[in-house]
Every structure is written in C-alpha cells, then in structure tokens.
Design a protein around this ligand. Structure first.
Ligand code: PGA
Length: 254
C-alpha cells in the first residue's frame, strides 16, 4: 500500500496474558512478522510482562509499548509506574488516555497532556487516544468532543514532540463491540483531526503526524480502513491477542 506516512499498527493487550502466555504470543509474532519492514509494529503487553517480552524482542523489528504511565518521574505514588522505568526495559511507546482509562480511572485531558509531556521528556513516544461515545455521535457532537480531547490532551507539546507522537482515533462505541466505524466515517474524523493539527501546530507537522484508527479492527476490515488517506495505522485490542489474527491484520495492511 502506497501511503504518505509509514503505517503504525499497535496491539493493546489490555489486562490479558500472564508472563508465560505473553512470551508465547510475542515469540509467535516475532516469527510471523520477521519479514515485515513496511509497517511499524508495536505490542503493548501488561506491565508485568514487559521485561520478559522486552528481552525476547531484542533481535526483532517489533517495538514495545506500555498501556499507561504516571505523569510524575518518581516518588510517593503507590501503584504507579514512571516513564524512566519503562525506558529501562526498552519500551518505546506508551498508550495514553485510552477510553477505558478515561472512563474507569476518570483520566482528564489535562492529566493526559501532563503524561504526554513526561513521556517525551523520557524519550517515549505517546499514543494519545481520543474518541466519542455513541450518545455523543448520535447527538451530533463528534467533532466538538474530539476537538476538546485533541486540544486538551496535546496541550503544551512542541511541534517536534507532536511529530514524534501518535494519535489514535477510537470511537468508544466501536471498541470491543464488533461494530467498526465505516471507513468513510473514520476517514472523516481523521481528516478533521489533521485539520485541527494544522491550526494547533502547522501544515508540515500535521502532515507528518500518524493517526491510527481503533475499534474492532480485524483482518477482514484492515485493508479498507488502512486504504483511507488520513488513516495511518491501527490500535488493535481483541484481535491483537492471537498470533494469526494480529499477523493477518498487518499483512493485509501492506
Ligand atoms: P478492540 O479494542 O480492537 O478490541 O475493539 C481497541 C482498543 O481498545 O484499543
């Protein structure tokens, strides 16, 4: 597929896989995707499996991501993990502001922007998630909601940091539900986000930022979604937990 930006496809394993299971999945993906150079592939295991998977991936083209991090660098924050701790395990990416964290942990745009800045300070690339709920879409508020999240979550980033960041548009109603946005619905919001980035940063920065789509991405719908002009990759949940289905998503996107 001839794309303006290199595709980035990330697997968000969420709260799944013991260390032993994570290693089996990671080894399988390493084998399956050995030849893939056209797409940046990232896997995001739970914290407990990062160290083992990191060692396993030393000689692989697959990069490692975490699913969250603290906005603080160190100190008395029980249960939290700092960016520097992730870097020590050769983690390169970190998912921030996933809708499940926005919903269950009440993460705000302001908090997410602090985390994004802390990630960059530690040379981690944030994957910043935004997306509307079904109610918001049905009441015609998609663009308003997405704009507020994009402006708030990326506040304070420099142009260079923005270029090194990834955005993920994930309509909440499509996550884990089997309902995918049509490729046109997704493309429309992606184009809207890119226009927003022009006004927040500039034309060049906006052209370079990769925007992933997320929400029930599968091998069967990956090609059409990735074929859209402003869709530069995918953030995959359920289908990333299996060697074959994640591998096929990537192969079908090339
Ligand atoms: P899903 O999850 O692919 O299972 O819909 C996507 C996500 O939450 O990132």
């Amino acid at each position: 597929m001839n794309k303006e930006r290199k595709l980035i496809i990330a697997g968000n394993w969420k709260m799944n896989k013991t260390v032993a299971e994570a290693l089996i999945l990671a080894q399988g993906l390493k084998r399956e995707l050995r030849e893939v150079k056209e797409v940046d592939v990232v896997i995001c295991p739970p914290f407990t499996a990062l160290e083992s998977v990191s060692k396993e991936m030393l000689d692989s083209n697959i990069r490692l991501g975490a699913q969250n991090m603290s906005e603080n660098n160190f100190g008395a924050f029980t249960g939290e993990i700092a960016a520097g701790m992730l870097r020590e395990l050769s983690v390169r990416y970190v998912i921030l502001g996933h809708s499940e964290r926005r919903q269950y942990q009440k993460e705000s745009d302001e908090l997410i922007s602090k985390k994004a800045q802390a990630a960059h300070a530690a040379s981690l690339k944030p994957i910043v998630c935004v997306g509307e709920t079904l109610d918001e879409r049905e009441s015609g508020q998609t663009e308003k909601v997405v704009e507020t999240q994009v402006r708030g979550s990326l506040a304070g980033l420099t142009k260079d940091q923005m270029e090194e960041s990834v955005l993920a548009y994930e309509p909440v109603w499509a996550i884990g539900t089997g309902k995918t946005a049509t490729s046109q619905q997704a493309q429309d919001v992606h184009a809207f986000i890119r226009k927003l980035l022009v006004s927040m940063f500039d034309e060049t920065t906006a052209r370079r930022v990769r925007i992933q789509y997320g929400g029930s991405v599968k091998a069967q719908n990956a090609r059409e979604l990735m074929g859209q002009k402003d869709i530069d990759g995918a953030l995959v949940g359920g289908a990333s937990l299996d060697i074959r289905s994640f591998g096929d998503i990537i192969k079908n996107s090339i």
